[in-house]
Design a protein around this ligand. Structure first.
Ligand code: NDP
Length: 496
């Protein structure tokens, strides 16, 4: 796999990105701009799918479920998915530069996480689908002959995949791969901020010979646009959505009429809990990653950090010192922190920086916008920020900010740490830092979240359940959980 450099052209420079419907690339009607968040430059225009095109995509998907796709065996489907993974790797540099152009994320992250994980998703679900077995129950009958019950896994049908902009390719493929492995047909909608890696995926699907209509791609906005038309479409059977909790609620309302299956991975307001017995260096380093990775735009990022009182002042100082040293810059500059996704999102994060001051917090470092004196001043860069001294009930401690910022507060006992960490309407992830083995297990288990890390953060095994409780989601994906969501088990009872 060749590593891209800044000289690698953005694959869609000055083009109009098409939708993919029924195996055909469609450029029509209204378009919107794809803007580079590093310098505000328009990279390309994007075809916005209206309700009629969304309908065509859904009908194409439905048609594919009656075509050759439906007759492929699981090994044949999985072989196609492996080809998708191979092709992504062959076009690695293009995928990386597309993802970087849309998001401004660092070359290091796009090339070590986003794109490799996208390819890995197709391989992982091909493996999992191949090795999945099914249940069989023998039963007695009054005439003594008995009966055999076995389960078969059928596709759910047409699946809408709606992905956000923070980890665009990783999160889209995380749903597309298992949906296809289970024999469904997909209509995918990326965020309007990040259309490019999805557009490359559409090309790859064509290149590997995916039957027409099995993978459809529609670009556009959410409310009153493409997203809404897709999730309320009566012929869509299931929706796999990652995004904000409020969007999840809106989608749920739209999906209610036709009773669609839903899998939701939503927002978070995650806590890190650092005990005084933790390995100090590891805890500071891990918390730096968990607060500032991807400029704080990961649903799993820690925005609330609770530190046992004897360690508190030292920990705040160490974190702030390292945050001040983070290098902010463009994707190819060896920076630690790229821009936020857009100027609009930067406005939102800055409004929380202002609110933190109004709520009588102490801004220990950051709190503003960096100045470069060049084209990057037209981008969406923001300073990494560390805040202390906010009341637990303040909005900055309660609401998801989704930027490079955390609030630190001290605690005095294990019970208090657990209570503070759980005092939120969200429940996605937590990080616990301690060298006490018993406490590690005890505290991790008490976290009201879908995933708790002990002495690390964002260590992922794709076979494990992934999802959130409370406002952070419905259901679990990952491993067998994804296969379960994207399949309809059916019982066949045979009288012997
Ligand atoms: P949004 O909820 O704004 O958007 C997510 C997707 O939904 C986008 O494609 C968006 O389109 C679309 N959309 C918006 N409104 C509707 C609607 N009414 N009907 C159908 N589709 C719609 O999330 P963001 O893109 O801002 O992503 C950030 C959020 O995602 C954060 O809250 C973060 O915590 C969460 N997230 C959760 C993860 C998890 O696994 N739990 C992982 C990653 C992120 P468009 O953008 O074009 O408007």
């Amino acid at each position: 796999m060749r590593m891209p450099t800044e000289a690698d052209a953005y694959p869609f420079a000055d083009q109009q990105l098409p939708c993919l419907v029924g195996g055909e690339f469609v450029r029509q009607g209204r378009t919107f701009d794809n803007v580079n968040p590093v310098n505000g430059v328009v990279l390309a225009t994007v075809t916005e799918a209206d309700a009629a095109l969304v309908d065509r995509a859904v009908q194409a998907a439905r048609g594919a479920l009656r075509g050759p796709w439906a007759r492929l065996s699981t090994p044949e489907r999985c072989a196609l998915l492996r080809k998708v993974a191979e092709r992504i790797e062959q076009r690695f540099a293009e995928f990386v530069s597309a993802e970087i152009a849309d998001t401004g994320k660092t070359l290091q992250q796009a090339s070590s996480l986003d794109i490799p994980r996208g390819a890995a998703n197709f391989r992982a679900y091909a493996d999992l689908a191949l090795t999945r077995g099914s249940e069989c129950f023998e039963m007695g009958t009054p005439d003594g002959r008995g009966a055999l019950n076995y389960s078969v896994h059928k596709p759910v049908g047409v699946v809408a995949v709606i992905a956000p902009w923070n980890l665009p390719f990783l999160l889209m493929t995380w749903k597309v791969a298992p949906a296809l492995a289970c024999g469904n047909a997909v209509v995918a909608k990326p965020s309007e901020e990040t259309p490019s890696s999805a557009a490359l995926l559409a090309q790859v699907m064509q290149e590997v010979g995916m039957p027409p209509g099995v993978f459809n791609l529609v670009h556009g906005f959410g409310p009153r646009s493409t997203g809404e038309a897709l999730v309320s479409h009566p012929d869509v059977n299931a929706i796999a959505f990652t995004g904000e909790s409020a969007t999840g609620s809106a989608i749920m309302r739209g999906a209610a009429d036709s009773v669609k299956a839903l899998s939701f991975e939503l927002g978070g307001k995650n806590a890190a809990v650092v005990f005084a017995d933790a390995d100090f260096e590891a805890a500071v380093g891990g918390t730096m990653r968990s607060v500032f990775s991807n400029c704080g735009q990961v649903c799993l990022c820690s925005e609330r950090v609770y530190v046992e009182r004897p360690l508190f002042a030292r920990f705040v100082e160490a974190l702030a010192q390292r945050a001040r040293r983070l290098k902010i810059g463009g994707p190819y500059e060896g920076a630690d922190l790229g821009p936020l996704i857009s100027r609009a999102h930067r406005e939102k994060v800055l409004s929380y920086y202002r609110l933190a001051r109004e709520e009588h917090g102490e801004i220990v470092c950051g709190g503003g916008v960096p100045s470069f004196g060049d084209e990057r001043d037209r981008g969406a860069f923001i300073e990494p920020t560390v805040v202390c001294g906010l009341a637990e009930g303040s909005r900055c401690v309660k609401e998801e900010i989704f930027g490079p910022v955390c609030h630190l507060a001290p605690f005095d006992s294990e019970d208090e740490a657990v209570r503070l960490a759980n005092d939120t309407r969200y429940g996605l992830a937590a990080a616990v830092w301690t060298s006490n083995l018993q406490r590690a297990h005890r505290v991790a288990r008490q976290m009201e979240v879908g995933i708790a890390w002990v002495n690390d953060w964002y260590l992922r095994d794709l076979r494990t359940p992934f999802g959130g409780v409370k406002l952070s989601g419905i259901g679990r994906e990952g491993g067998a959980h994804s296969l379960a969501f994207f399949s309809e088990p059916m019982n066949i009872c045979v009288k012997l």
